[in-house]
Design a protein around this ligand. Structure first.
Ligand code: M6R
Length: 616
């Protein structure tokens, strides 16, 4: 949430910063700003709206210098205005700061400084932090960079909340100070130049050698090098990591939107999620990253799966999978609820947190709370350098490559694939026979080619989407494995097209939802030929009897009755029931995508949203 880029070196900072911040635009796009330092003067440009506006403003009124910081904002405190856009300055105007996160006690700090005569120009918590650092520094007669770092330290010990910050000061040309607690920050190492960013994708065009800052670490960065220390004033060791991501991975690959590219990647990403993890010999999955022996896995008596948004929907599929294949009582909980809930958990409870980014604030907090209580807590993440990946007791990486579109697509299908592997593994050390395990492995291996077939349905789905694009309300209905898909289909649609959509178990219709059915409200039934197909048919009849338009997802060659009832039918290839969520969800991704395009919506950057939600 929000994006930060910093640069210090010998090149002009502005183009590097603007290019980097463009790559982070998916993190927030309410407003953007840049500050550079040249000949002892800080110059700032800020604009409301997308990065393009900032680029235009800089083109109109250029700023120079080889040191600078830049920010794209997702508003938390204060409206979307130029005053509230970052960078913010301290009282002297000599210090500029960009910030990701939330300073929870900003109101009392602001009141305290207002009492001392400070005047604030914005409503933000960030400006309070800028003043707090400047105030600490300006109390000192000694003006060295070490004293400035101490002032950062002093201010950070006074704040509660989360921060990833980059600071420049006009008295120290060629210096950036970065610090983090709860909001990611990565330092990029170039030749005679250094970068700072909230996400590595902002800097991979310049360097693949990076250092991920840990919580409470402060980096003092110049063109000659950097040092790390802690907020408490201790030294900190740096570990240089080679980033695997390339510049091309973060592009659109010739597609008009990241979302469409990511939908089309799914045959490969699902294959990557299981690569090297299937054992024909033992008819099971091999998941070494769990760091658990079979005996330890055998002792698990209960499982809790947690995440937010799409990751939560994947977790719901996991609940069905683990109970079905391994017969272990499993429960899903929104991370935002789990973190504050006193969920009774026996000591043999295993917790999984699911997160594409590995940085979602609620999921991170749920993971920490669960670990604090002594539960083994494993992550299912895409971002290998993320905080969840680093702090969890183990887990399974998705290997899906960067997901840039704000709407999660490939991360959902990768998470579900991994949950099939986990359920298979847990089942095989319990009651699942080797014959059944072997069958699932064969089915998994055939899955990428089934996905290829679904991807070829795009033109059909596009036609259906265009026919229904002007609906004001839509219902999504499914049973068992496809009930979470109904929730996910509704989330995709509302998130990128702003159509009011809700997902329900099909049978819940008659308990209230059916009151919404009318000729203007399409119902999307996810009704592949599974064990409850005939039950879904009855629910479809109920909608048809009330004149509601019906769009259905059925199974090729097994949907004659469905065809008679529906206005539009999309047929996926015949697939094992446990794998249908992967195929049906892809249909609904295309459906939402083409509706959003038809409505002229900004698919990759829907209003009010940001890719990674690092605030509570
Ligand atoms: O990075 P995470 O998987 O933890 O993100 C969780 C949600 O914020 C995310 O899935 C969100 O719901 C998506 N925008 C949905 O498309």
């Amino acid at each position: 949430m929000c994006g930060i880029v910093g640069y210090v070196g010998r090149a002009e900072a502005t183009p590097i910063l603007l290019d980097g911040i463009r790559r982070l635009e998916y993190r927030g796009y309410d407003s953007a700003g840049i500050a550079t330092l040249e000949e002892g003067v800080i110059s700032i440009r800020k604009e409301v709206g997308r990065i393009d506006k900032l680029v235009e403003a800089v083109a109109r009124n250029p700023i120079g210098g080889t040191t600078g910081i830049c920010h794209t904002r997702w508003a938390t405190h204060g409206k979307v205005t130029r005053e509230n856009a970052h960078p913010h300055q301290d009282r002297s105007g000599k210090l500029a700061l960009v910030h990701n996160g939330v300073i929870e006690n900003y109101a009392s700090l602001r009141a305290m400084m207002e009492g001392e005569g400070h005047r604030f120009l914005s409503q933000t918590d960030t400006e309070v932090l800028a003043h707090l650092i400047g105030r600490a520094f300006d109390r000192s007669a000694v003006r060295t960079r070490e004293v400035l770092v101490d002032a950062v330290r002093e201010a950070l010990t006074k704040v509660t909340g989360t921060y990833g910050i980059a600071v420049i000061h006009s008295e120290f040309p060629g210096l950036i100070i970065g610090a983090r607690r709860g909001s990611p920050l990565v330092l990029g190492i170039g030749k005679g130049e250094y970068f700072l960013a909230s996400d590595v994708s902002a800097i991979v065009a310049h360097t693949r050698d990076v250092v991920y800052l840990n919580d409470y670490e402060i980096a003092l960065i110049t063109a000659e090098g950097f040092t790390l220390s802690t907020v408490q004033g201790e030294g900190a060791a740096s570990h240089v990591t080679k980033v695997e991501m390339t510049e091309e991975d973060t592009g659109k690959g010739g597609y008009p939107h990241h979302m469409l590219k990511e939908i089309h990647e799914q045959a490969r990403t699902v294959a990557d999620a299981m690569r090297g993890r299937l054992s024909h010999e033992e008819a099971t999955a091999k998941l070494g990253g769990l760091n658990m022996s079979n005996a330890e896995l055998r002792a698990v008596e209960r499982i809790v799966l947690s995440g937010c948004g799409t990751a939560f929907h994947a977790a719901m599929v996991g609940e069905y999978l683990i109970e079905h294949l391994a017969q272990i009582p499993t429960e899903c909980e929104y991370a935002s609820e789990l973190r504050y809930r006193n969920l009774p958990m026996t000591k043999d409870t295993l917790v999984f947190v699911l997160s594409q980014s590995g940085e979602t604030a609620d999921t991170l907090a749920a993971m920490r709370e669960s670990r604090r209580k002594g539960h083994r807590t494993l992550g299912i993440c895409n971002n290998v350098a993320s905080t969840i990946a680093r702090e969890s007791d183990g887990g399974v990486y998705m290997h899906a490559g960067p997901e840039i579109g704000v709407a999660a697509t490939k991360s959902f299908t990768s998470q579900v694939t991994i949950l099939v592997l986990i359920a298979l593994l847990l089942g095989r050390i319990r009651n699942l026979s080797s014959a059944a395990g072997g069958r699932i492995i064969e089915e998994l291996e055939a899955l990428p080619s089934l996905i290829e077939q679904v991807l070829k349905l795009e033109p059909v789905i596009e036609r259906v989407a265009k026919r229904h694009a002007h609906a004001k309300v839509m219902l999504f209905l499914g049973r068992q494995y496809n009930y979470p898909v109904a929730l996910e289909g509704a989330l995709k649609l509302k998130e990128i097209s702003y159509i009011a959509a809700s997902g329900h178990p099909s049978a819940e219709l008659k308990h209230g939802v059916i009151a919404l059915v009318n000729p203007e409200t399409p119902s999307v039934f996810i009704a592949p030929h599974d064990t409850l197909f005939s039950k879904n048919l009855s629910n479809i009849e109920e909608v048809k009897a009330r004149g509601g338009p019906i769009i259905a997802i059925g199974t090729e060659g097994r949907s004659e009755e469905l065809a008679k009832l529906c206005d539009d039918l999309i047929l996926i290839p015949d697939a094992p029931e446990i794998l249908t969520p992967i195929l049906t969800s892809i249909v609904l991704q295309f459906f939402a995508y083409h509706i959003a395009v038809e409505l002229g919506c900004d698919v990759d950057k829907p209003r009010n949203l940001a890719k990674s939600v690092t605030v509570e």
